[in-house]
Design a protein around this ligand. Structure first.
Ligand SMILES: [Zn+2]
Ligand SMILES: [Zn+2]
Length: 94
């Protein structure tokens, strides 16, 4: 028996499905330990960023362009799965 998880149990801050990038999205370094962190923008929503440990320590204060943040929010919704997808009220795309 393996039922898909109910939508309500999906945490928007869950980064376990997010692909890790090759460089820190904040400072651009390709060295050191990189990890996917989620951050929540009060206006836009939750999105994920690949960050080095140094930048991750600053967490919420990543300097990021509005247009980039909007794109990241959309991409992160896809990482979370169909429950949070843009068409969750209509027919499922997949
Ligand atoms: Zn960094
Ligand atoms: Zn993501």
């Amino acid at each position: 028996m393996s039922e898909p998880p109910a939508c309500e149990v999906i945490d928007p801050a869950d980064a376990s499905n997010c692909p890790k990038g090759h460089r820190c999205e904040s400072c651009g370094t390709e060295h050191g330990e990189l990890a996917v962190e989620t951050t929540t923008n009060r206006r836009l929503g939750t999105f994920c960023l690949t960050m080095c440990r140094r930048c991750a320590a600053f967490g919420q204060d990543v300097p990021i362009a509005l247009s980039t943040a909007m794109r990241l929010v959309e991409q992160h919704l896809e990482h979370l799965g169909e429950c949070y997808g843009p068409s969750s009220d209509g027919p499922r795309a997949y």
